[in-house]
Design a protein around this ligand. Structure first.
Ligand SMILES: [Zn+2]
Length: 375
C-alpha cells in the first residue's frame, strides 16, 4: 500500500520541461556551393530547388534522430532569418543599415527604394513543406517587424511615406504569423534579435521602446488564445561566432522585453557570464503568464556541452523560475545567415542532443526532489 502511495506521488509530481530549438541548422556544403553558383547564374532555379529539398529532408531526418519533441526545418531554404521576406525584391538598394559585430565584421541590410512593400515569401511556405516531411510538431520562426522597419531609408521615399510603409509591413507581418498558425505550426517564434542592439545604438532606450511598440502592433492583432502559440526570441546576435550586443545587460532589456504581448520567451542564457543576475531579472520582470525558455547550449562555443552541464544549468534556474513556467532552448540558431559556416552540422546536432538529454536529466532530478519531499 505504502509503495503504491509513493508511486502515486511520483506520477503526480513528475514535471515535464518543454524543450524547443530556435531555428537554423548550418546548411550542407553542397547547398552553399549551389546557392553561390545560382547567385552567379551558373545553375538554374530547378537545380537549386532539388538541392534545397535534399538538404531539407536530410536536416529533418537528423533532427528527428536527436529525439527533439519539437523540430524546425533548420531554415535550410531561408537565405537568412531576417531577409527571407525580401529575397528577390526588385525595389532594394544595397546600402542600408550596417550592423557591427564585436569581432569587427559587419552585416549590411539593404534599403527600400519604392513602395508598396510586399513580402516575397511568407514563413508558412517553409512550414508547409516541412510538415509534409515530418509527423513531429514543427515550430516556425518569423522575422520581427522592428527588424524589417530598418529597410525604410532615412531620406524617405518619393510617393511612399514611412507611415504607408509601416502599414504595409504590419499587414504582411500579421499574415506571416497567422498563416503559420493556420497551417498547423506547433508555435511561432518572432526573432527579435535587435532588442539588445537597440539599447547599444540608443542608450536612452527610445529605439528599444519604439521597437517594442511596433512589435506589439502586430501581436495585438492576435487573440489571447492565439498568443499562447506565439513567442519571442532575443539574443545578442550570433554570426560567425561573434555578437553585436553581448555587452548590454539583460537587466536593461528584460523589463521592456516582457511588455511584448507574447506567451513564450526564448532567451539566450548559456553564454551569459552572470547567470544569477539574469535569473533575478527574469524573476522580477516576467509576467505570471510567461513561459521562459532559457538557452542551455552556447551556439558560439565549439565545445559541445555535456548532458550533465545542461542539467546543472536547469536545476540552478529552477530555483528561481517556477518549474511550470520553465523551458529550455538553444541560445540562438546555429546559422542564422546561410553563409555562416562557423559551426558544423555535427556540432549543432550534438548540442541539440545535449539539450534534450540534459533536460530529461533535470526532469528526473527535480522529480526525485519532489519524491523525497512527498515520501
Ligand atoms: Zn538569436
Amino acid at each position: 500500500m505504502h509503495h503504491c502511495k509513493l508511486f502515486h506521488h511520483h506520477k503526480r509530481l513528475y514535471m515535464k520541461i518543454p524543450t524547443e530549438p530556435i531555428g537554423s541548422i548550418p546548411r550542407p556544403k553542397y547547398l552553399l556551393d549551389a546557392m553561390a553558383a545560382f547567385a552567379k547564374s551558373e545553375i538554374k532555379q530547378e537545380e537549386l530547388s532539388i538541392l534545397f529539398n535534399k538538404a531539407l529532408v536530410e536536416t529533418i531526418i537528423e533532427f528527428e534522430a536527436t529525439g527533439s519533441p519539437v523540430i524546425t526545418d533548420g531554415e535550410q531554404n531561408k537565405p537568412s532569418f531576417a531577409t527571407y521576406p525580401i529575397a528577390g525584391l526588385q525595389t532594394l538598394a544595397p546600402d542600408g543599415v550596417i550592423i557591427p559585430f564585436a569581432d569587427g565584421h559587419t552585416r549590411q541590410l539593404p534599403k527600400l527604394t519604392a513602395g508598396p512593400f510586399k513580402y516575397q515569401a511568407h514563413a508558412s511556405s517553409y512550414l508547409k513543406t516541412a510538415k509534409s516531411i515530418t509527423a513531429l510538431p514543427v515550430k516556425q520562426a518569423v522575422i520581427s517587424v522592428s527588424a524589417l522597419s530598418l529597410l525604410y531609408p532615412q531620406e524617405g521615399i518619393d510617393g511612399y511615406t514611412q507611415e504607408q510603409f509601416i502599414d504595409d509591413l504590419l499587414n504582411e507581418a500579421e499574415k506571416d504569423i497567422r498563416d503559420c498558425l493556420n497551417a498547423g505550426a506547433y508555435n511561432v517564434q518572432v526573432d527579435f534579435t535587435e532588442a539588445r542592439l537597440a539599447i547599444k545604438l540608443d542608450p536612452s532606450k527610445g529605439l528599444l521602446k519604439a521597437f517594442i511598440d511596433l512589435n506589439n502592433r502586430v501581436l495585438n492583432r492576435f487573440s489571447v488564445e492565439e498568443r499562447k502559440r506565439i513567442g519571442v526570441h532575443t539574443c545578442p546576435g550570433g554570426d560567425h561566432d561573434s555578437t553585436h550586443s553581448a555587452d548590454i545587460s539583460y537587466t536593461e532589456l528584460l523589463p521592456y522585453l516582457f511588455e511584448l504581448n507574447a506567451s513564450n520567451f526564448y532567451l539566450e542564457y548559456a553564454a551569459e557570464k552572470d547567470k544569477q543576475t539574469v535569473l533575478q531579472a527574469i524573476k522580477e520582470t516576467a509576467k505570471p503568464t510567461h513561459k521562459i525558455f532559457i538557452g542551455v547550449t552556447d551556439v558560439l562555443d565549439p565545445q559541445v556541452e555535456t548532458a550533465e552541464q545542461v542539467k546543472d544549468l536547469i536545476l540552478e534556474a529552477a530555483e528561481v523560475i517556477p518549474l511550470e513556467r520553465l523551458g529550455t532552448t538553444d541560445d540562438c540558431g546555429f546559422s542564422p545567415f546561410a553563409d555562416d559556416t562557423s559551426t558544423s552540422r555535427q556540432t549543432a546536432f550534438a548540442k541539440i542532443r545535449a539539450r534534450i538529454e540534459g533536460t530529461l536529466l533535470a526532469e528526473k532530478a527535480l522529480t526525485k526532489t519532489h519524491f523525497s519531499i512527498a515520501g
